[in-house]
Design a protein around this ligand. Structure first.
Ligand SMILES: Cc1cc2nc3c(=O)[nH]c(=O)nc-3n(C[C@H](O)[C@H](O)[C@H](O)COP(=O)(O)O)c2cc1C
Length: 452
């Protein structure tokens, strides 16, 4: 079944028993976030009964598994990485439409975001609620070209927001506007087609490509956009909520503390956004991405690993795939190789550790190890790695802005661990296995008994 928007996708997840609906009353201040931590599994969760917000629902962990992303794209999970690489560059331009369910309700006065939207407060010392699935849309003040990005946003109260604009293209549009003393018109879309979230994970500069076109490519179908109410921006017509407003030039306010994707609290000096218009669906569903949860791990891994894997494969053809350890904010990576020599593994480790500021530690394993199962990766490290022989240490590299261990000088050290089989007698590394037919038979039997 094809799907048109977040609601449609949730219906599919419900039919396929991937969506848990919680009817019990919970508070958006800590309790929804706590529920996601307690459940700690891969299902998407919809909260239908939120204290203080009757009739409104919140949904979390929509893209929390590779299986669901493969489902969205209509491709086998086994080939997801390659399909994502192929699809994101087969750009499909968005379609501008008149029918826009997101305009069912329009609010132009007395804007009070915290009372309208059940925004979650995630962690104990967070200064306030935060939007974590918000897509910021803006135009380049120099070229007029529109683009978008995913940025977490502090909800300060009333119509005021604050956001860390660290990544291009939105960060560049904002710098260009402010450098000539101008504000920047923005639209913030919440509850978008999940393909748009995946499109936001692709890399773009101010010059492009259009991430909505990348989202269309990933989905295999054009994303529907419609003119915003108060600016020349085009916004997702089938989103749940659109906030229209302006980033104020020359103004910085303290933002945070906020519990970040590193699992630590951070504070910043950030620009302020003022919202003057809201459009939303009549009974909107509020979409959030759990901070330090499985969903950012899965979507960032797909976004970042596929960005460089093609060029890496050209330089080291034995490279098979790359993954990142859950909960490490992409600081810890794992790569698999097929039949690589020790020199090739060294070259690969050097390349991966240099390609992205976030990547700090890399483990390289043979392709008999499932790099999406950290138990197997740890097993390879335990049984195939010797530190005095297989460790690579790099120092004096630029660290990532939200790594609390990076020193005041901004530098970080990085390590590579070669956990591939090596030596004269490779047989001793043979992984113990069971016959495939026996595993299938056991799976059938357990399924029939309701065991899985
Ligand atoms: C959950 C989540 C939150 C993010 N929050 C921000 C943010 O607040 N500010 C920002 O500039 N980028 C943020 N990003 C990263 C951007 O979306 C980024 O542009 C994207 O990951 C593209 O990869 P790049 O960082 O390698 O360019 C976030 C990403 C995720 C998955």
């Amino acid at each position: 079944m094809a799907y048109r928007d977040l609601r449609d996708f949730l219906k599919i997840l419900e039919e396929e028993e991937e969506l848990l609906t919680v009817q019990e009353q919970l508070n958006p201040r800590f309790e929804l976030s706590a529920a996601m931590k307690v459940i700690n599994d891969t299902r998407a969760v919809k909260f239908d009964n939120i204290i203080g917000y009757p009739g409104k629902a919140a949904v979390c962990n929509v893209l929390g598994t590779r299986h669901r992303i493969a489902r969205l794209m209509g491709v086998p999970e086994e080939t997801l990485t390659q399909s994502f690489i192929d699809r994101k560059s087969q750009l499909i331009n968005p379609l501008v439409v008149k029918e826009a369910p997101v305009k069912e309700v329009i609010i132009r006065e007395n804007i009070d975001l915290p009372s309208l939207i059940p925004v979650l407060t995630y962690h104990e010392k967070d200064v306030s609620p935060y939007f974590t699935s918000a897509i910021i849309i803006a135009r380049d003040p120099e070229t007029g070209m529109q683009n978008m990005g995913l940025h977490r946003i502090q909800v300060k109260g009333g119509n005021r927001l604050g956001s860390l604009l660290a990544n291009p293209p939105i960060a560049t549009f904002w710098q260009r506007a402010e450098s000539v003393g101008q504000g920047l018109e923005v639209a913030i879309a919440i509850g978008v087609d999940p393909a748009i979230i995946l499109g936001a994970m692709t890399k773009a500069t101010a010059e492009g490509p259009d991430k909505f076109a990348a989202a269309g490519g990933i989905k295999g179908e054009a994303i529907e956009l419609t003119p915003a109410e108060t600016s020349n921006l085009l916004v997702p017509a089938r989103a749940e909520i659109i906030l229209e407003g302006r980033i104020i030039p020359g103004l910085r306010e303290q933002e945070g503390p906020f519990g970040e994707s590193t699992g630590n609290y951070f504070q910043y000096e950030n620009p302020v956004i003022e919202i003057h218009t809201i459009t939303h669906r009549r009974e909107f569903i509020y979409h959030n991405i759990q901070v330090w949860g499985t969903e950012p791990d899965v979507i960032l891994t797909l976004g970042v690993s596929t960005e460089n894997i093609s060029s890496l494969k050209r330089m080291v053809p034995s490279l098979k795939d790359i993954n990142f350890s859950p909960g490490t904010c992409m600081f810890n990576a794992v790569a698999s190789v097929q039949g690589a020599t020790t020199a090739e593994v060294r070259k690969l480790m050097n390349l991966i550790l240099s390609m992205d500021q976030r990547i700090k530690n890399i483990i390289v394993v043979d392709d008999d190890v499932n790099i999406f199962d950290m138990r197997e990766v740890e097993w390879a490290l335990a049984t195939r790695f010797q530190a005095d022989r297989d460790l690579l240490l790099l120092t004096g590299l630029k660290g990532y802005v939200i790594d609390p261990s990076v020193g005041a000088d901004g530098f970080t050290a990085k390590i590579g661990m070669d956990a591939t089989k090596k030596g004269e007698d490779l047989d001793k590394f043979e992984k113990i296995t069971m016959p495939e037919e026996s595993i299938s038979r056991a799976r059938e039997a357990l399924k029939a008994s309701g065991g899985i």
